[in-house]
Design a binder for this molecule. Structure first.
Ligand code: SF4
Length: 228
């Protein structure tokens, strides 16, 4: 075995890269959890991405029974716009494969869909989309999936898709230099984690973080209440 092979880092999970892109310290806490499976509600929300034609045809009462985070008319309009705008809509509805485990040189994990030719992965988020584009952690996760897919297929993969099905929002991304740099930074953070990294100073991220009390951060609103 060569020195470089002996030192080759273990591939990092896509989900760890996503969390490292959010906050490396959060990944430190998450890795200490005995059970890292997502709750059932996450699967229910992601499942919406498997039935877009049914959702487009559903009446308001049916949509209200589903884990959809928009009023039914607005949800339907957003989904219709995605259908009319996206050149990959047919692939999204009927992908080449679903929930595919991909293994790359540096990372591994599940691509929720793999679309046709040219091949590209789709990551399905159970959460809310930003006003434009995709959140940085999802961008990093999508780049990781694209890189793993490229490694498996031995061909370049230069774009990916991120779906936010609880809002009917689908966004495509190109693997730009900036996105690849963010992926590399998350990879370095996740691969080198051997103790708690510094806290980030970001109320927008820390306030909803489930480790906020363990981490010891106080939100700005709490600090001002306490007279800081
Ligand atoms: S509370 Fe903030 S600093 Fe602490 S783990 Fe969460 S996001 Fe990171």
């Amino acid at each position: 075995m060569t020195d470089s092979a002996a030192k080759a880092p273990m591939p990092v999970a896509f989900s760890d890269l996503r969390i490292a892109a959010y906050c490396p310290r959060k990944l430190y806490y998450r890795r200490r959890e005995p059970d890292r499976e997502p709750p059932e509600s996450v699967a229910e929300r992601r499942d919406l991405a498997t039935c877009y034609p049914d959702l487009l045809a559903a009446d308001d009462a049916t949509l209200r029974e589903l884990p959809i985070d928009e009023p039914p008319p607005r949800y339907r309009r957003t989904l219709e716009r995605a259908r009319d705008r996206l050149d990959c809509w047919e692939d999204l509805v009927d992908p080449t494969a679903r929930n595919v485990y991909l293994t790359g040189r540096e990372c591994h994990g599940i691509a929720h869909k793999v679309l046709g030719d040219p091949p590209r992965p789709s990551i399905v988020s159970p959460g809310d989309p930003p006003d434009a584009g995709v959140w940085k952690p999802h961008s990093v996760q999508a780049v990781a999936a694209a890189k793993a897919l490229a490694w498996e297929r031995q061909r370049p993969v230069e774009s990916a898709v991120v779906e936010y099905p609880t809002h009917g929002v689908v966004r495509t991304i190109d693997l730009t230099t900036r996105r690849k740099a963010a992926y590399r930074e998350a990879l370095r953070s996740a691969a080198s984690l051997d103790g708690p990294p510094s806290r980030i100073e970001n109320d927008a991220k820390c306030e909803p973080c489930e480790y906020a009390s363990e981490c010891g951060v106080r939100s700005r609103s709490l600090s001002s209440l306490l007279g800081d």
